[in-house]
Ligand binder design. Structure first.
Ligand SMILES: NC(=O)C1=CN([C@@H]2O[C@H](COP(=O)(O)OP(=O)(O)OC[C@H]3O[C@@H](n4cnc5c(N)ncnc54)[C@H](OP(=O)(O)O)[C@@H]3O)[C@@H](O)[C@H]2O)C=CC1
Ligand SMILES: O=C(O)[C@@H]1CCC=N1
Length: 274
């Protein structure tokens, strides 16, 4: 297993927004030497810009030789323009890692020299607190050493799952990439429902947030299957059973609704390929 200090050269981050900034923070937190990091971004958000300045990281350097790793974290929509501009910075041994939704290995490879090693991955925003999860697929050119380096970089922000079938990345994007938004929406909707049912709105918000955070933490810390944790809350013929009869409706409940949402997100990921 590689560590960040095993990376044989610089890590060049292209796009230091929400996701790229969170990853950079994770790498620095795990001891990546700031001198071995560089960022290309015309306007990073203020908090990321402050971190870049405070740690003395090179910003928008267009020299310094080919990086060991080029991690691309710009929006998929600007990828053609950005990749055309940064691809000449890569050398024959540069490992390209993308976290862009939708953009395929084939698309990424088309900007770089033949035989360039490329990893396509999809992280999620809990990466900002080291609790993300990333799903990744390598192209055929990625060596075991480069795979270990990509793993170390991605693992700095949480768990990593490697897959061989690239099509799974679109589905993973719909589940774990976009997934935090579904959970935040649950907290929002629970708060709104509580307020509508009579709680003061601020109190409803506090209860909903504490419940979502506490339930997630309980699941994580105990390792108990979520279905069992749900059953643990559900007294026979009690209040939870009354609510779950609505939420677990086979036609209109959470299950079919979430299946529809995940299918829509996966479809959009496939659309973003081109
Ligand atoms: N946010 C999420 O939950 C997840 C995002 N992703 C992927 O991560 C990528 C980034 O998303 P996110 O961090 O949310 O987006 P952001 O917009 O926060 O970050 C993108 C960054 O790239 C910068 N940028 C724009 N043009 C260039 C350029 N020419 N060269 C270098 N940098 C440039 C943007 O600057 P400016 O703002 O000035 O345009 C911004 O700072 C996307 O491809 C997304 O699909 C993947 C998984 C989860
Ligand atoms: O919404 C998006 O397209 C990105 C990818 C996954 C999460 N955010």
């Amino acid at each position: 297993m590689a560590t960040l200090s095993d990376i044989p050269g610089r890590v060049l981050l292209v796009g230091a927004g929400k996701m790229g900034g969170a990853m950079l923070e994770g790498w620095l937190g795990l001891g990546l030497d700031p001198a071995m990091a560089a960022v290309i971004d015309p306007g990073p958000p203020p908090e990321v810009a402050a971190m870049i300045e405070a740690r003395g990281i090179a910003l928008n350097p267009l020299n310094g030789g080919p990086p060991a790793v080029m991690l691309v974290a710009v929006k998929p929509q600007v990828a053609p323009d950005v990749l055309a501009r940064v691809a000449p910075l890569a050398g024959p041994h540069t490992l390209v890692v993308s976290v862009m939704a939708g953009r395929t290995l084939g698309f990424l490879e088309s900007f770089f020299a033949p035989a360039t090693a490329v990893v396509r991955s999809i992280p999620n925003t809990p990466a900002a607190i080291g609790r993300g999860v990333t799903v990744a697929v390598p192209n055929a050119e990625v060596t075991p050493e480069q795979m270990a380096i990509a793993d170390a970089l991605l693992r700095a922000t949480g768990g990593v799952e490697w897959v061989e079938d690239e099509a799974l990345i679109d589905v993973a994007t719909a589940v774990s990439g976009s997934g935090p938004a579904y959970v935040f929406l649950l907290a929002e909707a629970l708060a709104a429902a509580g307020a509508e049912a009579g709680l003061p709105a601020d109190m409803a918000g506090r209860l909903a947030q504490a419940t979502v955070a506490g339930a997630g933490e309980l699941m994580l810390r105990t390792g108990i299957d979520p279905a069992q944790l749900r059953r643990n809350v559900t007294s026979p013929n009690g209040t939870t059973a009354a609510a779950l009869a609505v939420l677990m409706d086979e036609e209109k409940g959470f299950g079919p609704l979430l299946a529809e949402a995940v299918a829509a997100a996966a479809r959009r990921s496939r659309e973003l390929a081109s």
